[in-house]
Design a protein around this ligand. Structure first.
Ligand code: ZN
Length: 367
C-alpha cells in the first residue's frame, strides 16, 4: 500500500500528500455541510483546507529553497494532516545556516499574514468583535464570505506561533539549537535544546489538563520529538569518531551460492552469526540475512539454492571508511551486512548490530 500520493513537482522538488489528508478533506466537507446545511458551505470548508494546504507548502518551500542556497537538496515535501515536512538531504551543521533554514519557514507565514492583512484593510474585511461573537454563537459559515481571508490570516499566525515553540521537532527547536551552537559544541547544544524542549512539553501537559486538552497532545508530541532528536545527534556524534576497521569482525562463515538453504540453517543454528557472506574469498556475490533465510524457507523450501535468496545490493567497505557513512547507507538501503576489503583482499565483515553495540557501549561509558 502506498501511503503517499504523488502530486507533482514544485521548484523541482517532488510533492507528496499522505492519503489520510483526503480523509481530513472529506471530514471537513461533511462538517461544514452539516453546519451550513448547504453544498456551498461544504465546498467552502474544503476550499479553506486547500488554502491552508497551500500555505503549508509555501512554508516548507521556505525551508527547502533556503537550504538550496547552502547547496543542500530536498528529497521531497510531504503534506500530512498535522502539517508539512520537507525532507532535506541533511541538516546544515553550521549554526548560521541552520538558523536561516529553520527560520525561513515561519517567516513565509508572517509574510502571507501581512499580505492578507493589507488586502483585508483595503477591503474593510476585518470583522468587528461583535460580528465575531455572533459568528461563534451561530457556528454557521465561520469561514464564509469576507471571513475566509481573515480566518486564513489567523491560521497563518497560528502556524508561526506553533512552529516557533522552542522545542524539537518544531522549527523553534532548531532555531534554539542553532543559537546555542554559537556558544557550545553542537552535541551539547542539542542536549540543552532537547532538555528545554522536554521541560516545555511537561508544562504543556500540565497546562492542558487545566485549560485545553489539545495542549496535552502537543506536549506529548514535543516530548517524544525532543528525545528522539537528542538520541539521533548523540548516535551521530559517537559514530563520527570511528572507522570501519574499529567494528570489523574477522570471524565469519562463508556460504557458497550453490549451497542449499538447509546448509544456511545449519550455519545459523551452529553459532552466534545471523548473517553470512555468499561467494568465495576473492569474490563475495551476495549476503544472506536471517530474515532472508526464513523467507526463503517459507517460499521455496529447504532445497532451494542460497543464490536464489541472497541479497545482491550489499555495501562493499574498506577499513578507512567512516562508520557514520556506512551506517547511513545501511539505514537507507536496508541491507544490514557487508564485506570489508583491503587492497582487493577480503579481511572481514561488518553488520549493523555490531555498530549498534558500539553506540550502546559508548553511551553507557559517557554517563
Ligand atoms: Zn517548518
Amino acid at each position: 500500500m502506498k501511503w503517499n500520493l504523488y502530486l507533482g513537482r514544485i521548484a523541482g522538488i517532488k510533492l507528496f500528500m499522505h492519503w489520510t489528508f483526503i480523509i481530513l478533506i472529506g471530514w471537513i466537507f461533511l462538517m461544514h455541510f452539516r453546519m451550513g446545511n448547504s453544498l456551498r458551505d461544504g465546498l467552502l470548508g474544503v476550499a479553506f483546507v486547500l488554502a491552508i494546504f497551500a500555505c503549508v507548502i509555501l512554508h516548507e518551500l521556505g525551508h527547502s529553497l533556503t537550504a538550496r542556497k547552502f547547496k543542500i537538496g530536498t528529497r521531497r515535501i510531504t503534506i500530512l494532516p498535522i502539517g508539512g515536512l520537507a525532507s532535506l538531504e541533511r541538516m546544515p551543521e553550521k549554526p548560521g545556516q541552520e538558523l536561516w533554514v529553520a527560520i525561513m519557514g515561519p517567516v513565509v507565514n508572517v509574510v502571507i499574514a501581512l499580505f492578507l492583512l493589507i488586502i483585508l484593510s483595503a477591503t474593510a474585511g476585518i470583522p468587528s468583535q461583535q460580528e465575531m461573537m455572533d459568528l461563534q454563537e451561530n457556528q454557521v459559515g465561520l469561514i464564509g464570505g469576507g471571513y475566509f481571508l481573515f480566518n486564513l490570516m489567523v491560521v497563518n499566525l497560528f502556524l508561526v506561533v506553533f512552529n516557533l515553540i522552542p522545542a524539537f521537532p518544531m522549527d523553534g527547536g532548531r532555531v534554539l539549537r542553532a543559537l546555542l551552537s554559537y556558544r557550545m559544541t553542537r552535541s551539547r547544544a542539542t542536549n540543552v535544546a532537547a532538555r528545554i524542549g522536554q521541560f516545555l512539553a511537561i508544562l504543556f501537559v500540565f497546562a492542558g489538563f487545566y485549560t485545553n486538552f489539545w495542549l496535552v497532545f502537543i506536549g506529548i508530541f514535543i516530548f517524544l520529538g525532543a528525545g528522539g532528536e537528542a538520541s539521533f545527534e548523540a548516535t551521530k556524534g559517537i559514530l563520527s569518531d570511528y572507522r570501519i576497521r574499529d567494528v570489523l569482525m574477522t570471524q565469519y562463515t562463508m556460504l557458497s551460492p550453490d549451497d542449499n538453504l538447509d546448509r544456511a540453517v545449519q550455519a545459523l543454528l551452529d553459532g552466534q552469526e545471523k548473517e553470512f557472506l555468499v561467494g568465495t574469498e576473492n569474490a563475495v556475490v551476495g549476503v544472506l540475512t536471517r530474515d532472508r533465510i526464513i523467507k526463503g524457507l517459507n517460499e521455496l523450501g529447504r532445497a532451494a539454492p542460497v543464490s536464489q535468496v541472497m541479497r545482491k545490493d550489499f555495501i562493499t567497505m574498506h577499513p578507512d571508511m567512516e562508520v557514520q557513512e556506512v551506517y547511513h547507507q545501511m539505514m537507507t538501503n536496508g541491507c544490514s551486512v557487508g564485506p570489508v576489503y583491503r587492497d582487493s583482499q577480503l579481511i572481514g565483515i561488518v553488520d549493523r548490530e555490531n555498530i549498534n553495540e558500539l553506540v550502546l557501549v559508548n553511551k553507557a561509558l559517557d554517563k
